[in-house]
Design a protein around this ligand. Structure first.
Ligand SMILES: *[C@@H]1O[C@H](CO)[C@@H](O)[C@H](O)[C@H]1NC(C)=O
Ligand SMILES: *[C@@H]1O[C@H](CO)[C@@H](O)[C@H](O)[C@H]1NC(C)=O
Length: 384
């Protein structure tokens, strides 16, 4: 860990400290667990230095046989996954019991799960679902709305016989906005949904709000519907939402295809390296592996590091930075762990550092010819 005691740095400490004090005032509601704190404001944590350089170097020198290589790249054995079973259609109610609004935090993955849950909750309540609102996540900083990411007409159409869904609230409810819930305590906001709540919880706690107000806004809503003991038709409905109803808009699909094509064929600007790779590929790993690549999403960011309560070898400075970050970003929801760092690590509760991921890949048999891409955003310069 690099320590920097320059003037501007200590100034940023002061500002971060100040922000820490002001935070409860700046984010009074708190709408969504993460509010809108930007992690870029807290840059004291430098991702840790490599600690196993020799192991890593050795691992990369290891030769993998052609046989091992082709095993490595062959498709996984059938895992028994099946497409979603046909839903047994419980007909739409004659009359909707009101509108359900959800505000989804987390990254796109959690938001997708939240959308599946929201459709199931609307079904449980015989309510009309308003197209979910996606919160801006402080890590990903993506302000795209549902309709900018997913084909909303397809979504509504695929679920037409299951749940009634509207793009916007009718004008009589137009007051029910994110801003409205962000500025005060509101009778139509359900804030207390427990993690993995049961269908009954919604019938007992949300239905009455719908009955009296015609609308209920649920936030936070991440992981707020159980996976256990939910009627099979609701599970199938969730599956249908995830795999059939949620389709990316055409330009995102086209972009995805273009990206994959580019990843498969090496970048043109590095023609020499590309040719070398292809030659190596042919000689060493066989033609069938040409165009194969590994994409890694390290997700080794400050928020994850802080959330884990693990030690990454950066000493006292790292401890302080992560403790501060934990307090700011997770606002007291991550308590000091009762386990030591070693116990946490042995329990597999520490995010792997980029270096550990490298060792893991090498142990799996990926060698230094493997084309490796990093997904998502920047990785600390220590690793690039
Ligand atoms: C790649 O691995 C081979 C052994 O498989 C080794 O001879 C070579 O030096 C390695 N290249 C680099 C750049 O480490
Ligand atoms: C929803 O509708 C179904 C059938 O239309 C009915 O069996 C169920 O009791 C209704 N539930 C609620 C909460 O209205």
């Amino acid at each position: 860990m690099k320590l920097n005691f320059s003037g501007s740095h200590s100034q940023s400490h002061t500002i971060a400290g100040l922000f820490l004090l002001l935070l409860p005032l700046l984010l009074p509601n708190l709408f969504g667990p993460l509010g809108r704190a930007s992690p870029s404001m807290f840059s004291e944590w430098n991702a840790p230095k490599p600690r196993h350089m020799d192991l890593l170097r050795g691992a990369l020198q290891r030769q993998t046989s052609v046989q091992q290589q082709s095993r490595l790249w062959s498709p996984l054995a059938n895992q028994g996954w099946k497409p979603c079973a046909e839903t047994t259609k419980v007909p739409l109610p004659e009359k909707s019991r009101g509108y359900i609004q959800v505000f989804l935090d987390g990254g796109l993955n959690q938001q997708k799960m939240g959308i599946c849950d929201a459709v199931a909750v609307a079904k449980i309540l015989n309510a009309t679902l308003v197209i979910p609102h996606l919160e801006v996540n402080p890590v990903w900083q993506d302000s795209s709305s549902f309709t900018e990411i997913f084909d909303v007409d397809h979504f509504i159409d695929v679920l037409r016989d299951e749940v009634s869904i509207v793009k916007d609230l009718p004008s009589e409810y137009s007051w029910s906005t994110r801003e409205y819930y962000g500025t005060g305590i509101r009778a139509t906001r359900i804030k207390t949904a427990p993690v993995h709540a049961t269908a009954n919880w919604y019938l007992e706690n949300v239905l009455p709000v719908l009955e009296s107000n015609g609308i209920a806004a649920i936030a936070p809503f991440s992981h707020r519907l159980t996976f256990e003991n939910l009627p099979a038709n609701l599970q199938r409905l969730r599956c249908k939402v995830n795999f059939q109803a949620l389709a990316f808009v055409p330009h995102i699909r086209a972009l995805g295809d273009t990206l994959v094509n580019r990843l498969r064929s090496s970048p043109n600007k590095n023609q020499a390296a590309q040719t070398k790779y292809l030659l190596l590929g042919r000689d060493q790993i066989g033609k069938q592996n040409a165009g194969k690549f590994v994409v890694l999403h390290l997700r080794f960011d400050k928020d994850m590091a802080a959330h884990s309560a693990c030690d990454f070898g950066g000493g006292k400075a790292e401890k302080l930075a992560l403790a501060k970050y934990r307090q700011v970003l997770w606002q007291g929801r991550v308590l000091n762990s009762q386990f030591t760092d070693e116990e946490l690590r042995n329990q597999g509760r520490c995010p792997l550092t980029p270096e550990e991921i490298g060792l893991l890949l090498a142990a799996l048999g990926f060698d230094n010819n493997t084309r490796l891409y990093l997904a998502s955003h920047k990785v600390s310069s220590v690793w690039t």
